[in-house]
Design a protein around this ligand. Structure first.
Ligand code: CDP
Length: 218
């Protein structure tokens, strides 16, 4: 069984998907982390354009354990590095390349096993797993998303300015929704979950309920 959660930056999809995976003991696949890891590798190459010609040689591995989605490139762990601002500010440009999208999609298809898996991203319900058993689209207004991101950054010890975070979210929304290759959009058969007025626990509970209802039907 495949459950996908798509949505824009700061909608709460990754943290919600992780918590749901922990509570229901599901496998978790973070597609954004894979795009971020490819971005780290490209930066390491010195932003060489020839890097993209050799994408198939990229040694990218990952594992979900103890509530953490860990990522390695050539046996070097990049789990923390992928979350830095240096990566967040360019990942959408790297992710707009069809060759990068093809690679990440191939990796994700290989990773989906027999077990129940929850995955989150931008295009999972529309392009990567159109056959998913349950599709959820999480959204919230840009201001709510920016407030959440600002708080998250401050809580993790980083400096964050609300207006700056909001500008970057709007920029990333535009890149993700406006690109030609599998843009961010809600699948026709997805369930819309607006999170503006929901607490984190309410979001998690709602999605757990949707999954459990689906499991009963199967
Ligand atoms: O956590 P946040 O929403 O900030 O981002 P993420 O899920 O880690 O994804 C980082 C970036 O990767 C997004 O802004 C997209 O540009 C790209 N991405 C994508 O294009 N397709 C996906 N399925 C997942 C991420």
């Amino acid at each position: 069984m495949i459950i996908v959660i798509d949505g824009p930056a700061g909608s709460g999809k990754s943290s919600t998907a992780r918590q749901v995976a922990n509570l229901l003991r599901l496998q978790y696949l973070d597609s954004g982390a894979l795009y971020r890891a490819v971005t780290v590798a490209w930066l390491k190459s010195g932003k060489e354009m020839s890097f993209f010609e050799k994408l198939n040689h990229l040694n990218l591995t990952f594992r979900y354990e103890n509530g953490l989605f860990r990522v390695w490139i050539d046996s070097i762990e990049v789990t923390n590095q992928i979350r830095t601002e240096a990566i967040s500010s360019i990942v959408s440009v790297v992710a707009s390349r069809p060759d990068v999208r093809a690679l990440v999609n191939q990796i994700m298809h290989k990773a989906i096993s027999e077990s129940v898996c929850i995955a989150d991203g931008r295009d999972l319900g529309t392009a990567v797993f159109p056959e998913a058993d349950l599709k959820i689209y999480m959204d919230a207004s840009p201001t709510v998303r920016a407030k959440r991101r600002t708080r998250e950054l401050i809580e993790s010890g980083d400096e964050a300015d609300y207006q700056d975070v909001l500008d970057k979210i709007l920029q990333r929304d535009e890149l993700d929704s406006g690109r030609d290759a599998d843009p961010l959009r809600m699948a026709e058969d997805a369930i819309l979950v607006k999170t503006d007025k929901l607490t984190f626990d309410q979001q998690v509970e709602l999605i757990c309920q949707l999954i459990q209802e689906k499991q009963k039907q199967q």
